[in-house]
Structures are given as structure tokens and as C-alpha cells.
Design a protein around this ligand. Structure first.
Ligand code: SF4
Ligand code: SF4
Length: 395
């Protein structure tokens, strides 16, 4: 693929789209910077073990139950007793404060996510394929550089610079945590979750494909041109989805206290790789999750997304409602298998077969310039004119 020739081959109208997208992204981020700079800092408050949970929790944006859980106390422990009387030590208090402050969200990051999704969406539906070019020139379509730029910005800015929170995985987990009283503001957590969900359906799973920092880190590693032969082996979707779904249900059973004797246990907490972006490995299990997920990405596509991430699971369900996505013209498709081979998952295979529930499609664009009969498009679902196979099986 030739990025240089792509830039010169796109039409004047597409250049306007490109320019408008960059301006739009800068405007979105500019608004985010402005709003973020007006937020008050929480770090100036002094806490000590003569204070009670009820005095500390509201200042850290959590409920008394959540703070009790952080100290390893039962969630129904008295919230009015000084921490000293509950057996909490000074060092423990400082550690918990540091940990909870690391969860405090950067509002700016929501704007960065929106800007990266806008970039990906316009590239996929408007600018990736030069207007008027024909199938012989398909290798110039959808060059990798715009994608790599997005992934790189995601890892550096939405990841290491802005820290671990917010992120799509927490977006799901915090909604359920707020249902068992671990956060005082369930509506705010629901709004954050809906925000991520909207970014998952404007383009098919596009928040995961183009903007999530841990997803982007895995994608960048997978894209390295090494171990290509091993990478051709795809994890069977039926198994990865059983594992991811089973884990999700198990987490809910523990969280709501249906299994185990302590309501409020969050298993995802022990495998949250987003801690990487705060360089805060609170437990060995988190460090191991990061090492295995990133190491595994050398040979397999986004192992954390496929096997563990709750947002990966939820956004896979939400793919049925995506308003723009991969579509295949079934009248043109010769079933040659080129897109299936280029797809790092079983998504293209499922779409070609017209499966109702194909594997996750991360809108990575790999299949968009391989079809020898020009049967694949990334379009809005309401666009009419051709007979298209969609993942839902609809046409
Ligand atoms: S599935 Fe992957 S890309 Fe999507 S939120 Fe989870 S870690 Fe990020
Ligand atoms: S290659 Fe696979 S995952 Fe990537 S856009 Fe195509 S169908 Fe989706």
C-alpha cells in the first residue's frame, strides 16, 4: 500500500473531508482541554486514620461501601468509626488514596476518544478509497498510515499521557459497581457507558478498533511484520466468545454476591491491563495480564479483547446496531476467500457466510482493499443501491 499515492489520488472533495476532519478533531480536543482545565484538584485534601469512612469517601468520589472494600473490610462495616478503630494503618490509608486518585477520570480523554473515532469513521466511509479509482488500483486504497497514526495517538495520549481512566472496560464495570453501591453516582456512570456504546455503534466497534489505548497497543504489536505464518492461525471465535461471556457472567455473580460471601468483589479488577497507563501494577495478576496480552499480540490478534474484555463482549452484541460497517455485495462476491484470509479474526468469514452472529469486526480495514471483484464496502447501513450481506444477515 502506498500512502503517498493515496494522498495524491483522493479527490478534491475527499481532501475537503480530510481537512474538515482534522479541524473537527482539533475543535473537539480544544473543547475538552478547556473544560478539563476548569476541574478542581482533589489532591490537596489531607486524610488521616482518625477520620471515618463517611468523611473520606465523598472526597474521593466513591461510596462508603467502596472505600470499605478498598481497605479489605466488610462493605457493611460502620462508616462512622475512625479508621484507626477499624484497624486501618496509616500506610494502608495512603495506598488506598493513591489508588483511588489514580481512578479519577480525565474528562479530556472522552474528547480524545471522540476525536479518534471521528478520524477513523471519516477515513472508512469517505476518504480511504480514492473517488473514481477502479479495482486494479485497490492496493492504493485504505493505506495503513492513517490507522497507525490513530493507534499511536491512542496509546501515547489517551493512554500514557492521560492515564488509565476513563476507558471502555471501566465504562462497563463501573455501571455494575454503581448498582451494588460502590459508586455514588449511577447516572453519571451510565452516561459514561452510553458514551462508549455510541462510539461503538457509529462505526462497527470503532472505539475498540481505532481509539481504545489497550486495544491500540495490542493492534500495534500485532501489526509488526514478524511471525506472519503463526499469525495466520486464528483463535476459534466459538471458544473465545464462550470464555469471554463465561467470565462476564461469573464477574456479575461475584459482584452481586450470588457466589462468594462478599458482595462487591470485582474480578476484572485483578486483570485490568489499563493500569499499565498509570504504571501502577497493584497486583501480580495485573502485571501478568499485561505481559500475556501484549506478548500474545505478537502471535494472535488482540487476545485481551477476544478473551477477557467486558466491553469487547458488550460491543460485540452492539455490533448488530452499528450504523456503518463492512458490507459485502453478494451479487459480486465469488467466495474467493481473499477477505477471509486478510481478516485477523473470523469476522470476514462470518460476514461472507451471512452469519447472524459473526466474530467481532474491529473496523481495522484490512479486508477493504483485497477483493478482486470489488464486492466489499464500509458504508452506512441505510445506504441503498446494492444487494449487500450484513453481519446480522439482513440486506
Ligand atoms: S475490547 Fe479491546 S479495544 Fe475494546 S475496550 Fe476492550 S481492550 Fe479496548
Ligand atoms: S479485516 Fe476483519 S476485522 Fe478488519 S474490517 Fe475486515 S472484517 Fe472487520
Amino acid at each position: 500500500m502506498n500512502n503517498y499515492s493515496w494522498l495524491f489520488k483522493i479527490s478534491f472533495k475527499q481532501r475537503i473531508w480530510l481537512l474538515a476532519t482534522v479541524v473537527g478533531m482539533l475543535a473537539i480536543i480544544g473543547i475538552g482541554v478547556l473544560l478539563d482545565s476548569t476541574k478542581e484538584s482533589e489532591e490537596s485534601i489531607n486524610f488521616n486514620i482518625d477520620m471515618a469512612i463517611i468523611d473520606i469517601a465523598p472526597n474521593l468520589g466513591v461510596t462508603g461501601k467502596s472505600l470499605a472494600r478498598e481497605f479489605g473490610l466488610p462493605i457493611d462495616v460502620s462508616k462512622k468509626k475512625p479508621l484507626r478503630k477499624l484497624g486501618v494503618k496509616d500506610e494502608e490509608l495512603q495506598h488506598v488514596i493513591e489508588h483511588l486518585l489514580s481512578h479519577s477520570e480525565s474528562t479530556l480523554k472522552y474528547y480524545v476518544y471522540a476525536a479518534l473515532v471521528l478520524w477513523g469513521l471519516i477515513f472508512l466511509v469517505k476518504t480511504g478509497r480514492p473517488d473514481g479509482s477502479n479495482v486494479e488500483n485497490r492496493h492504493d486504497w485504505y493505506p495503513r498510515t492513517p490507522y497507525v497514526i490513530s493507534l499511536f495517538l491512542s496509546v501515547t495520549i489517551a493512554g500514557f499521557f492521560l492515564g488509565k481512566s476513563p476507558n471502555p472496560m471501566e465504562g462497563v464495570v463501573k455501571v455494575f459497581k454503581s448498582m451494588v453501591g460502590l459508586y455514588p453516582d449511577p447516572i453519571a456512570k451510565t452516561v459514561a457507558f452510553v458514551f462508549f456504546l455510541v462510539l461503538a455503534v457509529v462505526g462497527n466497534k470503532i472505539i475498540c478498533g481505532w481509539a481504545c489505548p489497550f486495544g491500540a497497543f495490542q493492534e500495534l504489536i500485532y501489526s509488526l511484520p514478524i511471525l506472519r505464518k503463526i499469525k495466520q492461525k486464528k483463535l476459534p471465535f466459538v471458544w473465545t466468545n464462550i470464555i469471554r461471556t463465561g467470565l462476564f457472567l461469573t464477574v456479575l455473580l461475584f459482584l452481586f454476591g450470588i457466589i462468594g460471601d462478599r458482595k462487591g468483589t470485582v474480578i476484572y479488577h485483578y486483570v485490568n491491563p489499563f493500569n499499565l497507563f498509570d504504571l501502577d501494577f497493584e497486583s501480580l495478576s495485573i502485571l501478568l495480564t499485561v505481559i500475556i496480552a501484549l506478548g500474545g499480540s505478537f502471535i494472535s490478534y488482540r487476545p485481551f479483547c477476544q478473551l477477557i474484555c467486558p466491553f469487547g463482549f458488550i460491543s460485540w452484541i452492539a455490533e448488530r446496531f452499528s450504523i456503518s460497517r463492512i458490507r459485502i455485495d453478494k451479487d459480486k462476491c465469488t467466495q474467493c476467500g481473499a477477505c477471509i484470509k486478510s481478516c485477523p479474526l473470523e469476522a470476514a468469514k462470518g460476514i461472507v457466510a451471512g452469519n447472524r452472529l459473526p466474530a467481532d469486526c474491529f473496523s481495522c480495514a484490512r479486508c477493504l482493499n483485497v477483493c478482486p471483484v470489488d464486492a466489499i464496502r464500509y458504508t452506512f447501513v441505510f445506504k441503498k443501491g446494492t444487494t449487500l450481506i450484513m453481519p446480522s444477515g439482513g440486506q
